[in-house]
Design a protein around this ligand. Structure first.
Ligand SMILES: [Zn+2]
Length: 309
């Protein structure tokens, strides 16, 4: 049976193409996703049925990404484009134009309730730090795929449902881990202002960030850094958390001056490389929760959150 499956599928696909069902002429349906998280969520829904091309490599900061000519080529062949949205992949517009693609663009931030940064009023683009938003994004990808590639509609629906159940388990496990911390100890200091959605979901206050902006590309002034150090001291914050993909020098200096320790590195704007705990979306959120709870309690075994990445 296994030997026969290939030729039969080829014949069926060819017949469908001849009927003009909209199946891609170049073979397998192709989703092009911008960020590592958008690509991982796309693979979770559709990886068994379509090709998912990921533009950003792990550990590449999406805020400062310079698109390559190969990105325009990938977009030109896309049947569906999945972007994270807002400031994170703002660079996509220019590459879409130069690629000439007519593929539909799914903007995942449109599927989630957005938060704004206090004071500036800017939309916070880091929605994926709340797994409930991950579930909403998965639903958006599933419905766009079902419309664009109806032949695989049932497969997308069942894989999306299975993955959403895993996200709900992850969300409950993180909430349980965080419950170890009394609400007064749930204070976060990170490299840049990337954990607002996590903070809102699990009852943390973002006390400040080493780079006091929603983008990792801003530079803090000496005055801003001194103010953050005073705030950390006054609050008695035990640990601050650098990001895995950014230079930890400034975070280490702030920790040294404020008396806080440097906690485990967080996966903020990019998933980790293959083999790291943050190589998947689920793995990255679990690793972040472990690092934060362990860092703030001072007990490396405080959060025994285990999930299949
Ligand atoms: Zn960011």
């Amino acid at each position: 049976m296994r030997l026969l499956a290939g030729p039969i599928l080829v014949v069926v696909a060819a017949a469908l193409c001849a009927c003009g069902t909209g199946l891609p002429r170049h073979g397998r349906f192709t989703v092009v996703a911008t960020t590592t998280q958008a690509a991982d969520l796309s693979r979770a829904v559709a990886g068994r049925y379509v090709t998912v091309v990921q533009l950003l490599d792990p550990n590449v900061d999406p805020h400062e990404y310079e698109p390559r000519p190969s990105d325009a080529k990938a977009l030109a062949r896309a049947d569906l484009i999945v972007r994270s949205g807002a400031d994170i992949d703002d660079w996509l517009g220019g590459v879409i134009k130069s690629s000439g693609t007519k593929a539909r663009v799914v903007d995942l931030i449109d599927s989630v309730p957005t938060r704004r940064r206090g004071g500036s009023g800017d939309v916070d683009p880091h929605w994926w730090q709340n797994p409930r938003n991950g579930e909403r994004a998965v639903a958006a990808i599933r419905s766009a795929l079902a419309a664009a590639d109806p032949a695989n509609r049932a497969g997308f629906a069942s894989d999306a449902a299975r993955y959403a159940a895993r996200l709900r388990r992850l969300d409950r496990a993180i909430a349980k881990c965080v419950s170890i911390l009394p609400p007064s100890r749930r204070e976060l200091v990170t490299s840049h202002d990337a954990l607002g959605y996590f903070a809102d979901r699990y009852g943390f206050v973002v006390l400040g960030s080493v780079i006091p902006a929603l983008t990792s590309q801003a530079q803090p002034s000496a005055g801003e850094t001194a103010k953050l150090v005073r705030r950390i001291r006054a609050a008695g914050v035990k640990a601050i958390f650098p990001e895995a993909s950014l230079n930890p020098r400034l975070a280490s200096a702030v920790a040294r001056d404020s008396g806080a320790r440097v906690g485990g590195k967080l996966y903020a704007d990019t998933l980790g490389p293959k083999g790291s705990p943050g190589q998947t979306y689920i793995g990255s959120l679990a690793a972040n929760a472990r690092a934060i709870v362990s860092g703030l309690t001072g007990d490396p075994g405080a959060c025994r959150l285990r999930v299949a990445a």
